[in-house]
Design a protein around this ligand. Structure first.
Ligand code: SAH
Ligand code: SF4
Ligand code: F3S
Length: 466
């Protein structure tokens, strides 16, 4: 089997590079066939989907946005909370229905849920109409699994992470903004989190390979790149090659892409030198997503987050003072097992101190196999929901206040697309990652322009192009 033009290097951390040429011929039997790809979860998954699309399009498939038109459905799943699972199983129901009308339809499930043993067992036992299951460590096997496809369910998932692949031919969603993986997996093992189990241990890409990818994107005219990792500040720690995230960030900034972003930051690995680099370069965006998770030291300890609320606030203030006009956003979990009202009030207190630009808030969801899931919990769901509401109210109030500060100001916006509800409007993001809607022509998409903010809302801004 040969894929055209697919050359990948397997990189080992001992620096021995073994070039693996996986080349498959374009297969005429796929010409005219359509794939429908649905992605759940985080940016990592969105970017993995660009890899999946790359493979499928090389085989000869074309994309469709209509499930009913598809010959192949791929669900790239997320396992972070139970509701992510529920959504996927709900959607599988629709796929099953379609397969009754179209018996040749191939249904493939990949992503983080595929790495969970209980999910694979459930698919084997209760969802025989799912044809293919592939994991996060063997995305590049999907074309092989499709070509091998027979009546029999084909499940190929590896529990142990492999090497890091290079020269992946992504089919990117955007011509202006690109995701760039700088590392895979996570070594933090926060007690509530399934990611280290679904994504494996931390593996950083070699700096020279990342820089080569970024230079290539600049040459193609990309305006913005986002460096991706579950914990970008720990970049390089597994390589022991004498460089870390600040070195990478500085080298990337020098390549000269207009906008550079990075997610996600972990307070534990954030150093003063990293803050200096972010503040020093105009093209590193003044925006840091810095998950707090809880404001209670007791809960933070149980979560295994390795910082106290005082340390978090000190870091927060350092970032605010050192980076001009920086915005900081966060993630917060309410209802960790046995969280008391007083623990929760500590979280509200940190929110009142930091006044985040915005926050993603979640009710704790027990994940099988994680240490926290074994803790017996005395807090009711109603209580957790009530806390979430109180937290959201406070968070939204600060979001609105931050947005109101921008009224009348002129901000720089990278235009991304046409507003879905009002087609006369276009939208984009400010340097601080705030969404702005305004009247404008389609040809501005992909450009960085000045926009005057006219109206502030909690979750977006209205403006006018000047
Ligand atoms: N690597 C990032 C985030 C990964 S997941 C970090 O460490 O910050 C994104 C967010 O989902 C987390 O920040 C956390 O707030 C939330 N999350 C993770 N596991 C969860 C769980 N079991 N229940 C509820 N929320 C969870
Ligand atoms: Fe999960 Fe913690 Fe790793 Fe983030 S740092 S992915 S929350 S284990
Ligand atoms: Fe979900 Fe996996 Fe991302 S669990 S949040 S898709 S790393």
């Amino acid at each position: 089997m040969h894929y055209p033009d697919l050359k990948m290097a397997r990189i080992r951390t001992d620096k021995k590079v073994e070039i693996k040429n996986v080349s498959y011929d374009f297969d005429p039997s796929f010409q005219g066939k359509k794939y429908f790809l649905k992605t759940y979860g985080c940016q990592m998954n969105l970017h993995d989907s660009e890899e999946i699309r790359g493979y499928l399009e090389q085989l000869g498939y074309t994309k469709t946005n209509e499930l009913s038109e598809s010959d192949l459905v791929v669900l790239n799943t997320c396992a972070i909370r139970e509701n992510a699972h529920d959504k996927v199983f709900g959607y599988l129901g629709r796929c099953k229905h379609l397969k009754r009308e179209k018996p040749d339809l191939i249904i493939a499930l990949g992503g983080c849920m595929a790495q969970e043993e209980n999910v694979v067992t459930e698919i084997k036992n209760k969802h025989p109409y799912v044809d293919i299951v592939f994991g996060t460590h063997n995305i590049s096997d999907l074309p092989k699994l499709i070509l091998e496809h027979t009546e029999k369910q084909n499940i190929e998932v590896y529990s142990i992470e492999g090497d890091v692949y290079e020269n992946i031919k992504y089919s990117r969603d955007s011509k202006y903004c690109a995701w760039v993986n700088i590392m895979y997996g996570c070594d933090k093992f926060c007690t509530y989190c399934i990611v280290p189990f679904t994504r494996g241990r931390q593996r950083s890409r070699l700096m020279e390979n990342i820089l080569e990818e970024v230079s290539g994107l600049k040459n193609k005219g990309y305006q913005e790149i986002t460096l991706l990792g579950q914990n970008v500040n720990a970049y390089g720690k597994d390589l022991n090659l004498g460089y870390d995230f600040k070195d990478l960030l500085e080298s990337v900034a020098k390549i000269g892409i207009p906008r550079i972003r990075f997610v996600t930051s972990h307070p534990w690995d954030f150093t003063d030198e990293m803050i200096d680099v972010i503040g020093k370069y105009r093209n590193i965006m003044p925006y840091v997503h810095l998950p707090l998770q809880s404001g209670s030291n007791r809960i933070l300890k149980l979560m295994g987050r390795r910082y106290t609320k005082e340390e978090y606030i000190t870091l927060f203030k350092k970032i605010k003072e050192s980076i001009p006009n920086v915005s900081i956003t966060t993630d917060i979990i309410v209802g960790f097992p046995n969280e008391t009202e007083s623990d929760f009030l500590d979280t509200l207190e940190v929110v009142n101190t930091c006044k985040f630009d915005s926050a993603f808030t979640f009710i704790y969801s027990p994940r099988e196999g994680t240490p926290a899931s074994k803790i017996e919990d005395s807090v009711s769901l109603e209580e957790k929901e009530e806390r979430l509401q109180r937290l959201n109210q406070l968070v939204n109030q600060y979001s609105l206040e931050h947005n109101q500060e921008l009224e009348g100001k002129i901000v720089s916006v990278l235009v991304i697309g046409i507003n879905e509800k009002d087609h006369n409007k276009i939208y984009g993001y400010t340097e601080n990652m705030k969404l702005v809607n305004f009247f404008g022509e389609e040809d501005l998409i992909g450009q960085i322009i000045d926009v005057k903010i006219t109206v502030a809302k909690s979750f977006s801004l209205d403006g006018e192009a000047i």
